[in-house]
Ligand binder design. Structure first.
Ligand SMILES: [Zn+2]
Ligand SMILES: [Zn+2]
Length: 446
């Protein structure tokens, strides 16, 4: 016989949607989570603002608690949108050499690439620095206004699901570094003026990062849809998959899977899998495609500088050598790390993880998980060189004196970055922890 009083207390409609009380203070039963990186089933502890709950087995942060998460992310998102509006409507950079030059707006860094027959690169730039961040910020504003008003606005669940999918593809911070690198590259050749949009974009990139940090997904989903009880018989301190359970990647709720290892989240509706379907095959395929594209990315010029009618194409490596010859060691190092060491390192690391995952022994799982986290974190920074090309193509145009054209390697290198990011996403880090003994013998650390 279920305990009716207990059930009644835990219904989300009994409590106001957003108040100063975190979910722990309002849920009367234990809230279970399955670690996204090692599949360890655990109960969330009560958290105060500024604290985070980490997995006892692999150290992955499951929940970060902020003070007033709804108000904070709403304020940051509105501020970020305001900065972006300024950044998009005022001059971004201006360039002149011997009295000839012009200024550009921020959207021109993408649109000028279309005029130079590089529509794919233009699309990547437009999506990662403008379109996706705007969608993300609007979703945050929509969600938090509804929650603060006491009643979620229509499509709030879809907006909350979209946040998780948009987040890895926003690259305003990488674009900012790309802008700085471009400026250092040309500072000796021409006069550069920074427009108001440059400073507004810097503020936007920082505010976007802060908004992203401030969204407390655990609190958000609790406020939107409460916390349905964990499946009967869930045992913490053991991996979830052998119990037929899994954690939702979007909202975190633990759900039961059918015999084939699939299911649907009861809270957010996302599909659930014991392990990502065909994780290793997909990762291998994406890595192979990235490796193939890496060849033209390095053989062909990434951009061509036309100076007084003379065209001098430069490859990625050639550009680094040029920078060293100019004496710009720090920028050469940034490009070397972002365009050579990170993509190759990431490819090799994922190949190695795919090779060792099926033969996991358990003793090195933590080191391998750390390596996986690193590849996932650094991958997007390879985009710096693509953004440098986009900025230089738009900015450097001084009649016959000087101009920059994008080269075929820009598309290929952009493809390498996107494919390796997709490969890291399709790799399921829980495979690193799957050992034949993990069902019965493994002990909980601590
Ligand atoms: Zn873990
Ligand atoms: Zn879910």
């Amino acid at each position: 016989m279920p305990r009716p009083a207990f059930r009644q207390l835990a219904l989300p409609t009994q409590a106001p949607y957003v108040d100063r009380m975190p979910p722990e203070a309002r849920a009367t039963r234990r809230r279970l989570r399955a670690c996204h990186e090692c599949d360890w089933l655990m109960a969330l502890p009560p958290l105060h603002s500024g604290e985070q709950a980490v997995c006892p087995r692999c150290g992955h942060a499951e929940v970060r608690r902020h003070r007033y998460p709804a108000q904070r992310s709403l304020a940051l998102a509105i501020a970020a949108l305001a900065c972006l509006a300024i950044a998009a409507s005022f001059p971004f950079l201006a360039f002149s050499v011997r009295g000839v030059g012009h200024g550009i707006d921020l959207p021109q860094t993408a649109t000028d690439l279309i005029a130079h027959h590089a529509p794919l690169v233009a699309m990547v730039v437009l999506l990662t620095i403008l379109v996706l961040p705007v969608l993300y910020l609007l979703a945050v504003v929509w969600l938090q206004i509804g929650l603060l008003g006491g009643r979620p606005l229509p499509a709030s669940r879809s907006a909350a699901r979209a946040l998780a999918h948009l987040q890895p593809w926003m690259m305003a911070d990488v674009f900012l570094i790309g802008t700085l690198v471009s400026l250092i590259k040309i500072v000796g050749l021409a006069q550069i003026a920074l427009g108001p949009a440059f400073w507004a974009f810097g503020a936007f990139a920082l505010l976007l990062l802060a908004t992203n940090q401030s969204v407390d997904r655990d609190w958000l989903w609790f406020a939107l849809a409460g916390e349905p009880p964990a499946p009967e018989g869930s045992q913490t301190g053991r991996p979830a998959a052998p119990q037929g359970l899994t954690g939702c990647h979007t909202c975190g709720l633990v759900g039961r899977l059918d015999a084939a290892g699939h299911g649907q989240c009861r809270r957010c509706g996302e599909p659930l899998h014991a392990r990502r379907p065909h994780s290793l095959q997909r990762t291998w395929a994406l890595l192979a495609a990235a490796a193939v594209l890496y060849v033209p990315a390095n053989v062909y010029p990434i951009m061509t500088t036309v100076s007084l009618g003379r065209a001098s194409p430069s490859t990625i490596i050639g550009g680094i050598v040029e920078l060293i010859e100019m004496g710009s060691w720090p920028v050469a190092l940034v490009i070397l790390v972002a365009s050579v060491i990170v993509p190759i390192g990431k490819l090799l690391a994922l190949v190695w993880l795919c090779l060792v995952a099926p033969r996991a022994r358990g003793d090195r799982s933590l080191t391998r998980t750390r390596m996986y986290r690193l590849t996932e974190f650094i991958g997007r920074w390879s985009m710096v060189d693509i953004f440098v090309v986009a900025i230089l193509v738009a900015l450097i145009r001084a009649g016959n004196l000087m101009a920059v054209e994008p080269g075929p390697a820009a598309v290929a290198f952009g493809g390498v970055v996107v494919l390796t990011m997709l490969a890291a996403m399709s790799f399921d880090p829980r495979l690193i922890w799957d050992t034949p003994t993990s069902t019965a013998d493994e002990e909980a650390p601590q």
